[in-house]
Design a protein around this ligand. Structure first.
Ligand SMILES: NC(=O)c1ccc[n+]([C@@H]2O[C@H](COP(=O)([O-])OP(=O)(O)OC[C@H]3O[C@@H](n4cnc5c(N)ncnc54)[C@H](O)[C@@H]3O)[C@@H](O)[C@H]2O)c1
Length: 382
């Protein structure tokens, strides 16, 4: 299995309207349903969840015609074109395999899987069934990310040199009372995987292939198995070096990206989604005004988000082209995050090529530096 293998591209002629269903009707499923209802030639035909309480309210709100208590029951009764998986990450691999076996494409929430081994099986199953897999990293979507990526790819901004990638989010202890959060077994990792991976995915979407990573993992506040803060240095194949911080301990929340290239500084500050106003491109002093003017964001603005991502996914499926390039490299963010945990575990730089070793593709885990009980003066707060 090559690293970052692209999603499978199905040749089949699509039926219209496409029949979509949602598995898991908790928090994020609402973003999926709302987006699907706004799309042309797509019908939200069914939803499934063992929680009657979640499922009932959800089906009423979005007028979903058919409800099921399990994926098995839904797949047995409903011919589906696309299954949206909005369940906790521990079930994603098995649920994806079942959907592919039933002939559906899969749109799966991040993290796609608990490990690269699991994600490998998902990609392989999609390829075998000639069905596409899209991982929901919605920060990639929207007109600004597409524009900045095109500028970087064209070489207009010169070589990328230095980058900052920060996920400064805030989560209270109550957030971690949801049973599947905070443990290696069910959440798969800590804030690096669950929150930071959005911004890491966007950085890699813009800068391309990575080459090595070094990280440390910390637990400063929350009573969880995993980390609530991580710091990393991430080197890209281009030679660009990024400093990556992921945390849920930041009272003023923001998501930050900064890329300094030979010719410009690109900055993005937002929280959970971005429009043009969140981006700034500053030319270097040697760049003339006409050239800098040509870098302006396009007039037509499409904000990032589930809506924008699904618009592209369904347009591509309806055109018979399979999953769009926008969801290519579905494994890249998980690879980088896997490299970070491996680095913290082994205390060394992890080159990307090391992830070919099956021993590094298994479930994520790392020794977390536990500094929860230190006082302000440095001693134990007891
Ligand atoms: N892309 C984003 O911005 C974003 C935001 C939030 C959550 N997420 C991701 O979405 C996923 C779900 O997160 P959430 O916050 O909505 O979780 P949640 O706990 O609010 O909802 C999960 C739902 O799945 C249901 N469920 C559990 N096991 C099931 C099964 N086997 N079959 C059917 N339904 C099942 C639960 O009953 C619940 O209703 C996670 O992977 C999370 O990381 C992504």
């Amino acid at each position: 299995m090559p690293l970052s293998s692209p999603a499978a591209q199905p040749p089949a002629e699509p039926r219209v309207p496409l029949r979509a269903a949602i598995l898991g009707t908790g928090g994020v499923a609402h973003l999926h349903a709302a987006a699907l209802l706004g799309l042309p030639d797509v019908e939200l035909v069914a939803a499934a969840d063992p929680s009657e309480q979640h499922l009932g309210a959800f089906a009423e709100t979005y007028r979903v015609p058919s409800r099921y208590s399990s994926l098995t029951a839904m797949l047995a009764a409903e011919p589906l074109d696309v299954l949206h998986i909005c369940t906790p990450p521990g079930g994603h691999a098995e649920q994806t395999a079942a959907a592919f076996a039933a002939g559906a494409h899969v749109v799966v929430e991040k993290p796609a899987a608990l490990s690269l081994v699991e994600l490998d099986t998902m990609v392989d199953a999609g390829r075998a069934a000639s069905r596409g897999l899209a991982v929901v990293f919605q920060q990639r979507s929207g007109s600004a990310a597409a524009h900045v990526r095109a500028l970087l790819d064209s070489g207009a901004l010169g070589r990328p040199l230095s980058a900052l990638c920060q996920t400064n989010w805030f989560r209270t202890a109550e957030y971690f009372t949801v049973p599947w959060r905070g443990t290696w077994a069910s959440e798969g990792g800590g804030t690096t995987l669950s929150h930071g991976s959005h911004q890491i995915d966007l950085l890699a979407y813009l800068l391309g292939e990575w080459s090595s990573v070094h990280a440390t993992m910390w637990r400063l506040e929350h009573d969880v198995e995993t980390e609530d803060l991580s710091h990393a240095s991430l080197v890209f194949a281009s030679g660009a070096v990024a400093s990556v911080v992921s945390t849920v301990l930041a009272p003023r929340q923001s998501s930050l990206l900064r890329i300094d290239t030979e010719n410009a500084t690109i900055e993005l500050e937002h929280l959970y989604g971005h429009g043009h106003a969140h981006w700034r491109i500053t030319p270097a002093p040697h760049v003339d005004a006409r050239t800098a003017g040509s870098w302006a964001l396009p007039d037509q603005e499409i904000p990032s988000g589930h809506d924008a991502l699904f618009t592209e996914v369904y347009a591509s499926l309806l055109a018979g082209r399979g999953m769009p390039d926008l969801v290519g490299h579905p494994a890249r963010a998980l690879e980088i995050v896997t490299g970070m945990y491996a680095s913290a575990r082994e205390g060394r730089w992890i080159p990307r090529a090391d992830l070919e070793d099956p021993a590094l593709r298994g479930p994520l885990t790392a020794p977390i530096i536990d500094a929860r009980h230190r006082s302000r003066s440095g001693g134990s707060a007891a």
